[in-house]
Each structure stands twice: as structure tokens, then as C-alpha cells.
Design a protein around this ligand. Structure first.
Ligand SMILES: NC(=O)C1=CN([C@@H]2O[C@H](COP(=O)(O)OP(=O)(O)OC[C@H]3O[C@@H](n4cnc5c(N)ncnc54)[C@H](OP(=O)(O)O)[C@@H]3O)[C@@H](O)[C@H]2O)C=CC1
Ligand SMILES: O=C([O-])CC(=O)C(=O)O
Length: 266
């Protein structure tokens, strides 16, 4: 049986616990969160009663896999130390790698621990195709993210428009994937993922829209290069517990965990 340390127990983490509970091939033994709320305690009691809820992984703990679904700060706080100790990790908060030097630090920690960090595809598809296309050479990758106005609450979008009063789509951001990931840490992880798979954080063009006409998180990707071209639209249903986050992100985390314990991985 493989043991897991889950980092974060919010909209994604609690749904991941739900979907993994009862699988005899694995056990979530640690849930790492800054503070234990009553809601988290109840969720863990119900879905992973054997798990310890802690602010950090104890020095003697040795999970087979660390699963991050917490937020950008969790990379520095939990993922880097785990990798350096030789514990493999799967990561959802990919935008964290847009901070200066962070992608290099993550790689160096995995090398020091002789292990591997897997950047999850999360809410977007086509990462396999884009990463393969990069081998032949890419010319352009453009990402457009479109979410309902309330998904942008508490973000810098509030400084450029009145979200509640929008009657048509409003472009809240245009720039590079690096800038998008820094400005919108809870909404532009997909932009970072596409750029790390493809043309890089500084050459991937990004536009973000608050759009009252949509009730899904719509991700559109256009890429061209030596391979030919691709165009992809994902219409992700948001999680009820967090409208910023698409349900597919949960399934992507679960897929990665199950691939770790399966005899046949896909
Ligand atoms: N790759 C992708 O496609 C996507 C990636 N994401 C990433 O996943 C993250 C989580 O999303 P979601 O579950 O919807 O967010 P929520 O806000 O619902 O949950 C976040 C959880 O993580 C905890 N947390 C925050 N910071 C830390 C930390 N440093 N260490 C441990 N736990 C921490 C929070 O605790 P508390 O409430 O006490 O702060 C909370 O339990 C997003 O912030 C984003 O970075 C999200 C969507 C798509
Ligand atoms: O879940 C989504 O639709 C995408 C998202 O929040 C992100 O890219 O950070």
C-alpha cells in the first residue's frame, strides 16, 4: 500500500479525498494545512480517519507521494523540502514556478533528492500534444481564459472593472504567461502549465476575460509549429466549493495518484 501526504484540503483536496477514499492500494496518512478548521476535521474524519492533520510533514514521515493542491506558497513550504528528502511530488499550483528562479529550485530539489516532480495538467487538456510538439519546435502558443465574473473576485480584475456590473465580456489581462501566473495565482495556473509544456513563460501570450455570458471556465489554446497546428477549447464545470477552480483539476490529481498505484498507467 502506498502512503500519501495531501497538501491542502479545500475545494480540490476534499474532493480528492472523497474520490480516493476506499481504494485499498493507497492511504492518505498526512493532510497538511495551515490551520485545522472544523470543516477540515470533519472531512478528514469521514474520508481519511487514519490521517494526521498537521501544518508540516514531520521529519520522520516518509510518504510514497506528496500531492499538492493548496496554492503557490505550498511549493516553497512543502514541495521543495519533500523533494530534497527524496519524496516524489505531484503539483497542481504550477503558476508558482513563474516566480524568479522557482522552476530551477524545484528542479534542483528533485535532483538533490534523486526523485521527480510531476506538473499536473489540471484544468487543461492537450499538454501531451503540446509538450511533444515542442520537440519539433513551436512558433506560437496563445491561451485565452474566460470565466464568469464572480470567479475573478478578490483578484486584480477588481481594479480594472466592476465585476458585478459587467454586461459583456471584459478583457481583464493581456500579457505573458509569467505575468498572468503572478497576478492571478488562483486563476492562471493553466497559463503557466501550457507555457512550461510549450514556448516558455515569457513567450506564451495570454488573454483573460471576465465574461457574464459563460457559466463555465473556458480555456482556449492555439498553437503552431513544425508539427502543424492545434486548437483546443475546454469548457470546465466549476467546483461548487470554489468557482475559480474547474472540476477537471480534481480528476487530474486523482488520475495522477491512481497512475502511481496502477499496474497499467494511462
Ligand atoms: N493546475 C490547474 O489547472 C489548477 C490549479 N489550481 C491550484 O490549486 C490550488 C488550490 O485550489 P482550491 O482547492 O480550489 O483552493 P481552496 O482555496 O479551496 O483550498 C486551498 C486549500 O489549501 C490550503 N493551503 C493554502 N496554502 C497552503 C499552504 N501553504 N500549505 C498547506 N495548505 C495550504 C488552504 O488552507 P486555508 O483555507 O487555511 O488557507 C485550503 O485548505 C489553487 O490555489 C491553485 O494554485 C487550481 C485550479 C486549477
Ligand atoms: O480551474 C481552472 O479552470 C483553471 C484555474 O483556476 C487556473 O488555471 O488556475
Amino acid at each position: 500500500m502506498k502512503t500519501i501526504a495531501l497538501i491542502g484540503c479545500g475545494a480540490i483536496g476534499s474532493s480528492v479525498l472523497e474520490l480516493l477514499s476506499g481504494d485499498a492500494r493507497l492511504q492518505v496518512r498526512w493532510v497538511l494545512v495551515p490551520e485545522v478548521s472544523a470543516a477540515i476535521q470533519q472531512t478528514v474524519d469521514r474520508l481519511a480517519p487514519q490521517a494526521l492533520i498537521l501544518p508540516a510533514l514531520p521529519a520522520e514521515a516518509r510518504p510514497d507521494l506528496v500531492v499538492e493542491c493548496a496554492g503557490h506558497s505550498a511549493i516553497e513550504e512543502h514541495v521543495l523540502p519533500a523533494l530534497a528528502r527524496g519524496i516524489p511530488a505531484v503539483v497542481a499550483s504550477i503558476g508558482a514556478l513563474s516566480a524568479p528562479g522557482m522552476a530551477e529550485r524545484v528542479q534542483a530539489a528533485a535532483e538533490a533528492g534523486q526523485t521527480q516532480v510531476q506538473l499536473l495538467s489540471g484544468a487543461i487538456g492537450g499538454i501531451d500534444a503540446l509538450a511533444a510538439a515542442r520537440v519539433g519546435g513551436l512558433e506560437a502558443v496563445v491561451y485565452t481564459g474566460r470565466k464568469p465574473p464572480q470567479a475573478w473576485s478578490g483578484t486584480p480584475a477588481e481594479q480594472v472593472c466592476d465585476l458585478a456590473a459587467l454586461t459583456e465580456a471584459f478583457c481583464i489581462f493581456e500579457g505573458t504567461a509569467r505575468e498572468a501566473a503572478q497576478l492571478y495565482p488562483k486563476n492562471a495556473n493553466v497559463a503557466a502549465t501550457l507555457s512550461l509544456a510549450g514556448l516558455g513563460l515569457d513567450k506564451t501570450r495570454v488573454r483573460l476575460f471576465a465574461d457574464p455570458a459563460v457559466d463555465e471556465n473556458v480555456h482556449h489554446v492555439e498553437a503552431r509549429g513544425a508539427f502543424g497546428s492545434m486548437e483546443l477549447t475546454m469548457r470546465g464545470k466549476p467546483l461548487a466549493a470554489n468557482p475559480k477552480t474547474s472540476a477537471l483539476t480534481v480528476y487530474s490529481v486523482v488520475r495522477a495518484v491512481l497512475n502511481n498505484v496502477a499496474s497499467l498507467a494511462i
